[in-house]
Design a protein around this ligand. Structure first.
Ligand SMILES: [Zn+2]
Length: 459
């Protein structure tokens, strides 16, 4: 039995009452939370257990990045709306991507996530054997979702066969820290027989299903044109909402009927405000979905559409976007956003029994946020001027996290990765990314003046 007490000035539990404990502690036993309470009491009851005292720190649940893509295109895929952006920058990259580049991308992204307080990442990516190895090495909790396409126009992605092999090899690996779900880039990236196989795979393996839906208005118009149904209705009709957990990224353009359907089917949604703004997709009706009882988590989307994986920034932008589009300064309150980044994210993943809050029996996935920074000052933890949640949503940045623990293991300490040499990763990415761009360029040239043609069609 391995036990440790983590003591901090403040503990934000994110339990049902958003309880805050001053001078609190968490007793960690074999990777799980055995007890949360006042430090004095816990230490007195367990005098032999070593205490790690985090002075001037807030301890809170690790953040859940519920939709992300590993990658290394940061800052090189700019200025286009989502469908043209996919055709010009992203899909050609997928055609030429090598497994070693995919693995290095996951190493870069999981490192960035850990350093900014993310303990669980839902990653839709390629060649995910490498991502699983990186999740093992970095210690992050990961839901791996291959970018599957089963369509002759998109024959350069993962397949349901490779997805199934990954499930067999890695699902519930690393003591249950690694999950593998069935993925699909988008409904349009598969033919009907593949939809049936997806539903069957989710059922046979009892795993979740993740895809992008209702991201842009084009998405809705095209689904209506093809199937005379809106996207959520189409997903339901084709059996794709039947998995034990379904998680849909974006849901920007959902109408009231679709929201009701999401609630009825207990379908999780991931809000990605930075990506939705940057790709000019629109603003998701987050408050409407929350009011309808839909579990809405928060995600950064990828490095190419964000351009970082800082969940604190995502929290701030989700607040700003909600207020901006509704012209209501009270829209989407800070507590709701803290919950989206933690316990509601867990609910959207169907993992609320094991992660998302600091409560007895859950995994010891937690982060320490510095309180000794200008961004956290002044700090008021009770009474009518209480500002801790506002500070977390609107002021704190990922770099203010200096300890990240997953399943009781410290993966970031004093703001540094404990297992990984970050400078080596940065050097390797800068060395390798040139090859990826060169191969993409060659592919695009070979295909002819496709870029110009796209631009012409856009006009
Ligand atoms: Zn995405």
């Amino acid at each position: 039995m391995k036990e440790q007490i983590i003591q901090a000035d403040l503990i934000l539990t994110m339990d049902a009452d958003n309880t805050i404990i001053e001078e609190g502690a968490v007793l960690v036993r074999d990777g799980l939370i055995a007890c949360v309470g006042k430090a004095g009491e816990i230490i007195a009851r367990h005098p032999d257990v070593p205490v790690k005292h985090l002075s001037q720190r807030l301890l809170m649940p690790g953040l859940i990045n519920a939709h992300c893509h590993s990658g290394m295109l940061r800052g090189t895929a700019e200025g286009l709306p989502v469908w043209s952006w996919l055709q010009q920058f992203v899909d050609p990259m997928h055609r030429v991507l090598l497994p070693e580049e995919a693995k290095l991308s996951s190493l870069l992204c999981y490192s960035e996530a850990l350093l900014s307080g993310t303990t669980t990442v839902v990653d839709m990516w390629r060649y995910m054997e490498g991502s699983a190895e990186v999740a093992m090495r970095t210690g992050i909790r990961a839901v791996l979702v291959p970018y599957v396409a089963e369509h002759p126009d998109h024959d350069y992605f993962e397949t349901l066969n490779s997805n199934e092999a990954l499930i067999n090899r890695w699902h519930l690996g690393a003591n249950g820290r690694i999950h593998v779900w069935v993925g699909l880039e988008h409904l349009f990236y598969a033919l009907p027989q593949a939809w049936q196989r997806i539903a069957a795979m989710c059922k046979d393996y009892q795993v979740g299903f993740h895809t992008h839906s209702n991201e842009s208005s084009f998405d809705v118009e095209e689904t209506l044109r093809r199937y005379q149904l809106r996207p959520i209705q189409a997903l339901e009709k084709f059996g794709l909402l039947d998995a034990k957990k379904v998680l849909l990224a974006h849901c920007v353009w959902v109408n009231d009927e679709e929201i009701a359907l999401l609630a009825e089917r207990h379908t999780g949604v991931v809000h990605n405000p930075v990506s939705n703004m940057k790709l000019a997709s629109g603003a998701a009706p987050v408050e409407k979905m929350l009011q309808a009882g839909v579990a809405v988590g928060l995600g950064t989307d990828g490095e190419k559409e964000n351009n970082n994986l800082d969940m604190f920034e995502e929290m701030k932008v989700s607040s700003l976007l909600a207020k901006f589009v509704s012209l209501d300064a009270a829209a989407l309150d800070a507590w709701a956003i803290c919950r989206m980044a933690t316990v509601d994210g867990a609910r959207a993943l169907g993992m609320e029994d094991s992660i998302g809050s600091l409560e007895e029996g859950k995994a010891a996935d937690m982060i320490a946020v510095r309180l000794d920074t200008p961004r956290m000052t002044p700090l008021i933890t009770r009474g009518p001027l209480m500002n801790i949640h506002h500070n977390l949503v609107h002021a704190v940045q990922g770099g203010d996290v200096d300890m990240t623990m997953i399943a009781g293991e410290i993966r970031v300490e004093n703001g540094k990765l404990t297992q990984i040499d970050l400078s080596e990763i940065i050097r390797d990415v800068n060395l390798q990314v040139g090859g990826l761009f060169a191969r993409r360029e060659a592919w695009l040239k070979q295909r002819g003046a496709a870029v110009n043609e796209l631009e012409r069609l856009e006009r």
